[in-house]
Design a protein around this ligand. Structure first.
Ligand code: NAD
Length: 367
């Protein structure tokens, strides 16, 4: 127990050094920043990702891919991307010939993740892909295989792993700060607006679970540091609601981990949640909000005393942190802390969650 906790903290500190740019001396740093092409100029790419290249030490935006010429013009002008570095989806494979592009960041609807990640790898590019990694285990495996064959790296956009409070929660939980973890509760949801691709199963691969419930699942896995051995899920969806004709609304799930930890998780498209709590034998670690873009609040109860825990503002936010981490992995040859296998592990559990809810029984996970 002590050994594995120590290992977890050391691993986390190692990643922290990379995040804060301490992993190499100035003399070993490359002269040029690692170049990203963004594929899909939607809300997340344009509002959260692209503005944060300005905060990066090792990453820069060098190319754009979109099906909308007006967006290529607008964002191309805003970010100084020359016409030679702006691509349509039909042109996508020409990225192979652009040496400025090191990484392709796929920020498309979920069912397009696998196709564009695989084509990026085949073009010889490293791949960053948004969550969920893909819409099935089979697609995740194909993405991992394509990157392995091409000799390129693959990272999934699990930004919370680059957010300081989440990193601290992981360290404290795994080190037994509030005693041995017994129960994790993780709740994520929001009331979804109608008329969007998230509500079309062909594009989303599923409902709240694929989109927001995945944060509850991922948190349960990263806070415990374990993979579940048993999954039990219950779904409640009003199919007469036009938003939910093809995807689920609420799907809550229980995960049993090998050490005996139980995670009790919420995934909802009709109520607001963003938090988790790690309850141990001596207290609890609470985060609310936990996985939002900013504003994390941590409270710890230990040995009968409840107190807020605050951290200094980080030099780099979670978005710049994740962009720089992938760039640093390419520079150093390291494997990203959230590689393709991490996305695959979530999809394995998500498939079990769907199966459990459909069949009305618990699913045993094979090792
Ligand atoms: P969005 O609808 O705002 O953007 C999607 C983009 O894909 C649009 O520019 C759209 O034009 C383009 N697109 C290309 N082909 C399309 C097609 N066939 N149908 C529909 N759109 C098509 O969505 P978003 O919120 O930016 O989400 C994109 C991805 O990013 C999703 O996988 C989502 O899960 C992920 N995401 C992650 C976070 C996070 O915090 N990590 C937050 C939001 C979204």
């Amino acid at each position: 127990m002590i050994d594995s906790s120590r290992r977890a903290i050391l691993a986390s500190l190692g990643a922290g050094m990379m995040l804060s740019g301490m992993s190499g001396s100035a003399a070993t740093r490359p002269a040029r920043k690692i170049g990203y092409a963004i594929v899909g100029l939607g809300s997340y790419a344009t509002r959260q990702i692209m503005p944060n290249f300005a905060r990066c030490d090792h990453a820069r935006l060098v190319a754009l891919v979109s099906g909308t010429p007006a967006k290529l013009d607008q964002y191309g002008a805003d970010y100084g991307i020359p016409r030679t570095h702006r691509y349509s989806y039909a042109d996508f494979d020409r990225i192979r010939d652009n040496p400025d592009i090191d990484i392709v960041y796929v920020v498309l609807p979920n069912s397009l993740h696998a196709e564009y990640s695989i084509r990026a790898a085949q073009a010889g590019k490293h791949v960053m892909c948004e969550k969920p990694m893909a819409v099935s285990v089979a697609e995740c495996e194909a993405m991992i295989a394509a990157c392995r064959k091409a000799g390129t790296k693959l990272m999934i956009g699990y930004r919370s792993r680059f957010e300081p409070y989440n990193r601290l929660a992981i360290d404290l939980a795994r080190a037994g700060h509030v005693g041995r973890t017994q129960i994790i509760t993780a709740d994520h949801g929001f009331p979804i607006r109608p008329d969007q691709w998230r509500l079309d199963r062909l594009l989303s691969g599923g409902g709240s679970m694929m989109d927001i419930g995945i944060y509850s699942l991922n948190a349960a896995r990263y806070l415990s540091g374990e993979e579940p051995v048993e999954v039990t899920a219950v779904e409640a969806t009003d199919r007469s609601d036009p938003r939910f004709h093809t995807v689920e609304d609420k799907i809550n799930f229980l995960l049993r981990f090998p050490s005996g930890i139980i995670a009790n998780c919420v995934s909802s498209y009709s109520s607001s949640h963003n938090g988790y709590r790690v309850s141990g034998t001596q207290g609890w670690i609470d985060m609310e909000p936990a996985t939002s873009y900013a504003g994390q609040v941590m409270t710890i109860r230990k040995d009968g005393v409840t107190a807020p825990r605050t951290l200094p503002a980080p030099a780099k936010n979670q978005f710049a942190g994740q962009l720089d981490h992938m760039a640093e992995c390419i520079i150093s040859g390291a494997t990203p802390i959230v590689a393709g296998e991490e996305g695959l592990a979530d999809l394995r559990v998500i498939e079990a969650i769907y199966r459990s809810a459909a069949d009305g029984r618990s699913i045993r996970m094979s090792a």
